[in-house]
Design a protein around this ligand. Structure first.
Ligand code: SF4
Length: 300
C-alpha cells in the first residue's frame, strides 16, 4: 500500500499531474486526490489548475467534461469501462427526435450525459444549479429536461414550468426507498434527512434538504443538526465524515453503491499515471458544440 502511494506521488510530480475525485469514489481514492468534490466543482476546479495531466477518478461523462473544458491538458480515466447507466439512457439520436417533436423547446442536458448528447442540447445543468438555470430561461418557453425523470419532476414541482420529462433514472438513487429513510429516522429521530433530487418523490418528501453532494456538504457544515441521514451514494458519507468529523452521517441505504464509480482503485490510478491511459478523446465538432452547451450554463 505504502509503495503504491509513494509511486503515485512520484509519478504525479514527474507527469505534472493532478488527481481529481468525485464524492462517490471509494474512500481510499478520495483520500489520495488533490481535490474531491461534486461534478460542477470538479469541472470548475479543472479550469483553474496548473497541470499537464488530469487523472479524473469518476465516470466517463465527468472525464469528457473535463476534457471539453481543458483541451490542452491530457485527461485520463483510470478505468475505461467506468460509465453511467443514467447517461446511457439517452442518445444523440433520441435528442434529435425530440427536437422534431418539440421544435420550440429549450433542451437542457444534465451534466450526467455524454458529450455527444450535450452537443445536441442548448444548455447544461447540474443537480446543484438546475433551479437557478431554469429560473434564468425565458418564462414562456417549454423545457425538455434530460435525462433523469425524478430530477426533472422535482424541478417541475419547484418551478411550475412546462417541462417535458425523459424516462431515465439512476439505479443507485432509484434503490433508495421511503421505508429505508423512515427506518433510519426511527432509530435516529433527531437526524436531518438530506436526499439527492435523483431520488423518488416519496423519498424526497421526507427531506430537510434536497440537493447534490456539494449542497449536502454545505448544509452539514452550516446547520445545527448533529446527525444526518444521507440519501445518496453510500461513500458520500466518507466525504462528509472527513470534512465534518464532529457530526454523525448515516447512509439511508447501505446498498446504494454506484458500481461504475467503484471500478476505480489505487492500482488503476497508478497504472493510469504509468501508461497515460485511458486518454479521453472526442471528435472536434462534438467537443466544440458540447463546450458551448456547458459555457452557457457557466455564463448564467
Ligand atoms: S450514481 Fe447514478 S448517476 Fe451517478 S454515476 Fe452512478 S449510476 Fe450514474
Amino acid at each position: 500500500m505504502q509503495d503504491i502511494l509513494a509511486e503515485i506521488e512520484r509519478l504525479k510530480k514527474k507527469r505534472k499531474a493532478i488527481i481529481l475525485a468525485h464524492n462517490y469514489q471509494p474512500p481510499e481514492v478520495q483520500d489520495i486526490a488533490d481535490f474531491a468534490a461534486d461534478s460542477l466543482e470538479l469541472a470548475r476546479y479543472s479550469m483553474d489548475i496548473d497541470a499537464e495531466v488530469i487523472v479524473l477518478c469518476g465516470v466517463r461523462f465527468m472525464a469528457e467534461m473535463t476534457h471539453i473544458l481543458n483541451p490542452e491538458k491530457i485527461v485520463l480515466l483510470p478505468d475505461e469501462g467506468a460509465g453511467c447507466p443514467l447517461a446511457d439512457s439517452i442518445t444523440p439520436e433520441d435528442v434529435r427526435r425530440l427536437r422534431e417533436e418539440y421544435p420550440d423547446a429549450i433542451f437542457l442536458a444534465y451534466v450526467n450525459t455524454s458529450a455527444a448528447v450535450k452537443a445536441e442540447c442548448d444548455i447544461c445543468y447540474t443537480s446543484a444549479n438546475i433551479l437557478e438555470v431554469i429560473g434564468k430561461l425565458p418564462a414562456d418557453r417549454r423545457l425538455v429536461v434530460l435525462p433523469d425523470r425524478h430530477l426533472a419532476s422535482w424541478a417541475k414541482r419547484n418551478t411550475g414550468r412546462d417541462i417535458i420529462i425523459w424516462q431515465g433514472e439512476c439505479p443507485v438513487h432509484q434503490a433508495i426507498r421511503e421505508e429505508d429513510v423512515l427506518r433510519v429516522k426511527k432509530e435516529h429521530p433527531d437526524s436531518a434527512v438530506m436526499v439527492h433530487p435523483e431520488c423518488k418523490e416519496e423519498v424526497i418528501r421526507w427531506a430537510e434538504l434536497v440537493g447534490g453532494t456539494g449542497k449536502m456538504l454545505r448544509f452539514a457544515k452550516e446547520s445545527d443538526y448533529q446527525s444526518y441521514i444521507v440519501g445518496t451514494e453510500r461513500d458520500m458519507c466518507h466525504r462528509l465524515k472527513r470534512e465534518v468529523p464532529q457530526k454523525i452521517f448515516l447512509p439511508a441505504n447501505r446498498e446504494a453503491v454506484c458500481e461504475d464509480m467503484k471500478k476505480i482503485n489505487l492500482e488503476k490510478v497508478l497504472r493510469s499515471l504509468q501508461t497515460l491511459t485511458y486518454k479521453i478523446e472526442l471528435e472536434e465538432h462534438i467537443r466544440e458544440r458540447a463546450r458551448k452547451t456547458i459555457e452557457r450554463m457557466f455564463s448564467l
